[in-house]
Ligand binder design. Structure first.
Ligand code: HEC
Ligand code: HEC
Length: 526
């Protein structure tokens, strides 16, 4: 009886919710950002002079940063806000209190979700702030002294046990945070920055992005790709996107979707390729777009992406980017406005131009047997940019990423597995004895126990499987495994080994991969 009543109630609640969603005033007349700030935030954030609100008006950050702050208002402070209003606010705040392109330089990896990045911050910032989250989360904000101070206070207030966790017992966290970190952060990441003022007054109009873009990409474990991305306007700062491309092995890369532009350059797209939703996180400036495109459900499966607007003149890439001395190979030049003769430098001869459009030139190359090993600047007419590597033998092999984290998943749970995805990079030795990168080579892949402990626990057997010909590691199922010691889960500590064949000689490279548990807390900025 009770059960019946409850299910009846929830059905009627759902029906009410559906009606509200369909007929809510929000969807009839979207509220503007100023109204939302007044009606939804001002209850807790005090109005100040010049139409400002306490806290909110004294920070600048990325769209993801704003989204996280507002989401925290919802989860921790009971803020009630519709998804639509939140989107409106994130857009408005990112546009009016965002970061200039130069302020995100060097830390875009966090938004691009390159989660295997090994960060480079000073020792103090790494220990004080980088033990819990990325240093990039800090570097992607701008605040005056008082706001950095309040942020520190918020950390301790919200998590009073902070000083006893996260390995923080080795120091007086709060004291160092207030006395040393706050001045350092206020200086390094000040609210006022001429670069931001300049960007606000010089940012190009978003219509400038409408048109066709020639792109080049690379997906670890799969290879290079190229194609055209067509962008058409679909409202202000929003776009329709369609992608037509192909991997070097012939696999098509086609799809459609939409994108939105924040802060005049932060391009965020959603494109469905072959039934799989991929996100685009690009910096779009002038005739160039650059960033990463990754699967929404598997951000480890992502490609480096660079594009040039058709009509502009830019040479983006050479695929593949290497040739062996004494051999012939076909390469493709990718860019926009490619006219004139391609040139590959000393010792490399163009045997034949197989095909040529302004976006792609296919060329048959021959490298002389005595061509000096090293990098050549590639040019097409007056355009330059990418290099071609000439090598006679591979000197060493690197596994990229050198250190990575894969995660068990599924096994009845809702969290997907996080794969390991690797490239084998061949390196040569130049005439000067210095190492230079030749490029990504096909390899044979395997994993081994990283140490004695891993060997004893048979991590290789349980932690997952490596695809021998692709460098793609799929971790084991989540949950306890009765076959393992103390029914532990399928975690593991592994060496990742790539063997590259160079004219019958096998060279190996080695990386380190930890296979660990699910990432339960997965905010937009790690
Ligand atoms: C129910 C009260 C409440 C409402 C409503 C509320 N906030 Fe907050 N907000 C807080 C409190 C408390 C803090 C300080 C603690 C913290 O940072 O979480 C705060 C802090 C902030 C900060 C500073 C965070 C930081 O990292 O320094 C921002 C930005 C912010 N709020 C934005 C908003 C926006 C935008 C809205 C409206 C959509 C909003 N808040 C609505 C209570 C509220
Ligand atoms: C004990 C772990 C811990 C430490 C140490 C820590 N943080 Fe955080 N930090 C958090 C958590 C948790 C959040 C909230 C994430 C969320 O909103 O979902 C956060 C959020 C932030 C944010 C985003 C706030 C916003 O709403 O815009 C910034 C910026 C930040 N931390 C900077 C720092 C700095 C600077 C330090 C070092 C002085 C630091 N953190 C040290 C755990 C930590």
């Amino acid at each position: 009886m009770k059960r019946k009543l409850r299910s009846g109630l929830s059905v009627s609640l759902l029906a009410v919710a559906a009606c509200v969603a369909l007929h809510s005033p929000d969807s009839l007349a979207a509220r503007d950002a100023q109204t939302i700030l007044k009606e939804t935030c001002q209850g807790c954030h005090t109005p100040e002079a010049n139409n400002a609100l306490s806290r909110i008006s004294h920070q600048r950050k990325t769209p993801e940063g704003w989204l996280m702050s507002i989401a925290r208002m919802q989860t921790m402070h009971g803020l009630q806000i519709s998804d639509e209003d939140r989107r409106t606010l994130v857009k408005y705040l990112a546009d009016t209190q965002g970061l200039a392109p130069s302020e995100t330089d060097g830390v875009r990896y966090a938004m691009e979700r390159r989660l295997n990045t090994v960060e480079q911050f000073d020792e103090k910032t790494s220990q004080m702030c980088g033990r819990c989250h990325s240093g990039a989360r800090v570097a992607l904000q701008r605040r005056p002294t008082q706001e950095w101070e309040r942020l520190v206070n918020f950390h301790l207030g919200q998590w009073p046990s902070l000083e006893y966790q996260a390995l923080a017992r080795d120091r007086d966290w709060f004291d160092i945070a207030r006395k040393e970190m706050v001045p350092l952060l206020a200086k390094r990441y000040a609210l006022d920055n001429p670069a931001w003022k300049k960007w606000l007054s010089t940012a190009p109009k978003s219509e400038a992005l409408v048109g066709d873009w020639s792109f080049s990409g690379h997906l670890p474990g799969k290879g290079e790709l190229a194609g055209v991305m067509s962008v058409s306007a679909d409202g202000s700062d929003t776009f329709k996107v369609s992608v037509k491309g192909q991997y070097a092995d012939g696999t098509p890369f086609n799809g459609d979707g939409s994108a939105i532009l924040y802060t005049g350059y932060e391009w965020r797209g959603n494109v469905t390729i072959d039934g799989v939703t991929m996100r685009q996180v690009f910096a779009a400036q002038g005739n160039a777009m650059q960033g990463r495109m990754f699967e929404a459900e598997h951000d480890e499966r992502g490609l480096d992406f660079v594009a040039a607007k058709q009509g502009s003149n830019r040479l983006l890439a050479v695929q593949p980017g290497y040739v062996k001395a004494g051999s012939e190979t076909e390469v493709t030049l990718i860019g926009s406005g490619l006219t004139g003769k391609p040139n590959f430098g000393k010792g490399v001869e163009v045997v034949e131009v197989v095909s040529q459009t302004p976006e792609q030139i296919k060329v048959k190359l021959k490298a002389a047997a005595n061509a000096q090993p090293g990098l050549r600047a590639v040019t097409v007419g007056t355009l330059k940019g990418p290099n071609l590597s000439v090598y006679s033998k591979i000197d060493s092999v690197k596994v990229v990423p050198e250190f990575s984290v894969a995660r068990i998943g599924e096994g009845g749970g809702s969290t997907p597995k996080v794969q390991g995805r690797f490239d084998a990079e061949a390196w040569g030795k130049g005439a000067d004895g210095k190492p230079y990168r030749i490029g990504v080579f096909p390899a044979q892949w395997k994993v081994e126990a990283f140490d004695d402990r891993a060997k004893e626990d048979e991590d290789v057997k349980y932690a997952g499987t490596m695809q021998a010909d692709a460098g793609v590691f799929t971790p084991g199922d989540a949950g306890p495994n009765p076959a393992r010691k103390m029914s532990t889960n399928n975690a593991g500590n592994l060496k990742v080994i790539a063997a590259v064949d160079d004219a019958g000689k096998s060279l190996t490279g080695e990386g380190h991969m930890i296979v660990t548990v699910q990432r339960w807390n997965n905010p937009p900025i790690p």
